[in-house]
Design a protein around this ligand. Sequence first.
Ligand SMILES: Cc1cc2nc3c(=O)[nH]c(=O)nc-3n(C[C@H](O)[C@H](O)[C@H](O)COP(=O)(O)O)c2cc1C
Length: 368
Amino acid sequence: MTAPCAPSPELDLPVAPLLEPVTFAGLPLSSRFVMAPMTRAHSPGGVPTPEVAGYYRRRAEHGIGLIVTEGVLIGHPTAGHEDAVPRMTAGAAEAGWRRVVDEVHAAGGRIAAQLWHLGSLREPVDGRPAWTPSGVREPGRPVSHAMTVADLDELLEAYAGAARVAARVGFDAVEIHAAHGYLLDEFLWSFTNRRTDAFGGSPVRRAAFPAAVVRAVRTDFPADRPVIVRFSQFKERRFDARIAQDPGELEAILGALAEAGASALHASQRRFWEPAFAGSALNLAGWAKRLTGLPTITVGSVGLTRDFLRSTGPESVSGLAARVAAGEFDLVALGRILLGNPAWVSHAGAGRLDAIVDYRKAHEDTYR
Ligand SMILES: Cc1cc2nc3c(=O)[nH]c(=O)nc-3n(C[C@H](O)[C@H](O)[C@H](O)COP(=O)(O)O)c2cc1C
């Protein structure tokens, strides 16, 4: 059952507008809060267990409008190596995901599957090197395989296959992971993409393979359910890296993704209040929305301590709600704070700061 998360009217909290129902890329949601994708490695053999279903259901019960699952490996041997990271197409994974989706729906929530290929961040397995755009990795990392055009086609089919399973299982949306230095982001970033064919060079050419993935997924995922693309400037191992030096380059990249059929964009940044480019206060999701007209999700250090709910500056809930009210972006994703506080949205909505614990690194070792 859905627990009450609407604030008492007399509280008049700044979080209240974020708790109102909203339609996002055609998807009706109970609130503007999203659970950010977080790899938890609790799916032995790649199969989500009943415990995983309960973990997601609890966030839906407590006011999260849209859950984005942890990264789910597409069905290709180069996608990832860790046993307990969930798969989409392996054996019993489909039944495991069906349980997850059914429980989230029963709690009144919606859920998107994040489709993932690690690219160079996959360790070599059985002597097979990682697949990357140009064989270029961070200094000191093992050699990788520069993908041929036939390899690209093989992966397009693997993404499409994962989208077909996600559709069959009942996911409300899919999110293509093109952020943080993994395979699709390695195409977007000029440091790792040195290709001289149609998939490398200018920003729009670097976006050609990620756009082909969007097209393949869009074709095989029901037209009335959104295909979201997550992107970032930073890389997991390089916080200062950028795929776009200025708004014009970002427009070229995101324009290619939009034209390929992306329904919405999830702009990953580390702190939501930081401007994406000099000369404007817009954050990355704000720029994405302005440049493409697509609905967007913001993320980055939302609610990590209770001060977020108490203070009034740009980093607070008031600052965040003002940006939503101004139409800068549409949804707000919560990551780390949800690890130790499955009911964060309910408690914040009811003004129950006493029931919230500030984020601590140790929460990443818990699973509840
Ligand atoms: C434990 C953990 C696992 C994560 N796994 C993923 C992932 O699988 N896919 C992804 O796109 N981002 C992943 N992220 C990044 C989060 O989605 C989010 O962008 C980040 O934590 C910033 O949001 P926060 O400040 O609210 O935590 C992960 C973050 C954490 C802490």
